[in-house]
Design a protein around this ligand. Structure first.
Ligand SMILES: [Ca+2]
Ligand SMILES: [Ca+2]
Ligand SMILES: [Ca+2]
Ligand SMILES: [Ca+2]
Length: 328
């Protein structure tokens, strides 16, 4: 027979175990690896003239200068492509949903010379056969940027350049272009840092960046990689490859919580760093700070999420389980 103290101890252990699970999965979804594509996770550093493109569109009056001390805007270059919302590779259809979610350099003033952005990938980028990274940009006709990669943030190797051309893409304002780069055997280890640097500072040499990502798609071999490479089902909150009651418990734990920075019931304690909160719900997700249970990504955990959860309940995508269907 167990003594009273031992019984209490056993119960405490169970409670702590449950709490640990909840703590592990209730916080921010960290990396932005989505359906096998690895998108930049954070801005490691940038110079002081980096800004959004437009003066006033979607961001209030004036240009939005990128600020990494209180990074309301660093997400402009993080996460998936989001400037061109209507899918025509033109970023300025503002009436049709395009948004000024880019950042870079503009004007030919010497004060705006030597600008750079360094982005970080939490999971390193491999050197596969062929191209390894893609940078989505638009720029002026005489813009030139050098592009660098590094396994750490202090040791970069140049992997290429992006150059504007007259009356071509890239080189026309708002016309998006995907620039591909191949590491081509230059790195012994996976690359975690990409740097872009302004080489020309004259009129018509502005350049703006929408996104940085891998040029290849990672498919998972096991359940761990399903989570790591961003293939988990939306309702699979604990990344177990099954949508079940454990996920429901996590959803319930954060019920009615809101991490939309513009909402009245915004709860700043849902962020790891209260000084590091993006300026909008969209930015929260672009920066990889969304809540794991916020299945429709509206920064609020409510019945809309429960509905998605219910639709997926008891589905699975575990590669090692023949009862499950792959989603890749
Ligand atoms: Ca467009
Ligand atoms: Ca390669
Ligand atoms: Ca963007
Ligand atoms: Ca939601």
């Amino acid at each position: 027979m167990q003594k009273e103290g031992e019984v209490e101890f056993t119960i405490m252990k169970k409670i702590i175990y449950v709490l640990l699970i909840v703590l592990t999965f209730s916080g921010a979804a960290s990396a932005r690896y989505i359906n096998g594509i690895n998108w930049a996770d954070s801005v490691y550093s940038h110079t002081d003239k980096i800004q959004s493109w437009a003066d006033g569109y979607c961001g209030g009056p004036g240009a939005m200068l990128m600020d990494s001390n209180t990074p309301a805007t660093t997400w402009l270059v993080l996460g998936p492509n989001d400037a061109d919302q209507n899918g025509n590779m033109y970023a300025w259809d503002f009436e049709q949903g395009d948004r000024d979610y880019v950042a870079g350099w503009r004007t030919g003033s010497p004060l705006h010379a030597d600008q750079e952005i360094i982005v970080k990938f939490e999971t390193g980028i491999e050197d596969i056969d062929g191209d390894d990274i893609v940078i989505r940009i638009f720029c002026g006709p005489i813009a030139v940027a050098s592009v660098w990669a590094g396994t750490d943030a202090n040791d970069f190797v140049q992997i290429g350049t992006i150059e504007g051309r007259l009356d071509e893409t890239p080189g026309m304002g708002g016309c998006l272009y995907d620039a591909f780069f191949d590491f081509n055997g230059m790195f012994a280890e996976d690359v975690n840092f990409i740097r872009v640097f302004r080489e020309v500072t004259e009129a018509q040499s502005g350049m703006f960046f929408d996104s940085f990502s891998t040029a290849y798609i990672d498919e998972p071999f096991d359940c761990n990689e399903v989570g790591l490479f961003g293939w988990a089902l939306a309702g699979d909150i604990d990344k177990s490859c099954y949508v079940d009651m454990k996920d429901f418990a996590l959803l319930a734990k954060l019920w009615q919580k809101c991490n939309d920075p513009n909402a009245d019931d915004f709860d700043g304690t849902l962020f790891d760093d209260p000084n590091s909160i993006p300026s909008s719900c969209h930015g929260v997700w672009q920066a990889g700070m969304g809540l794991a249970g916020d299945l429709n990504q509206d920064c609020r955990i409510d019945f809309l999420d429960l509905q998605i959860f219910a639709e997926q309940y008891l589905t699975c995508n575990n590669p090692d389980d023949s009862n499950c269907s792959p989603t890749w």
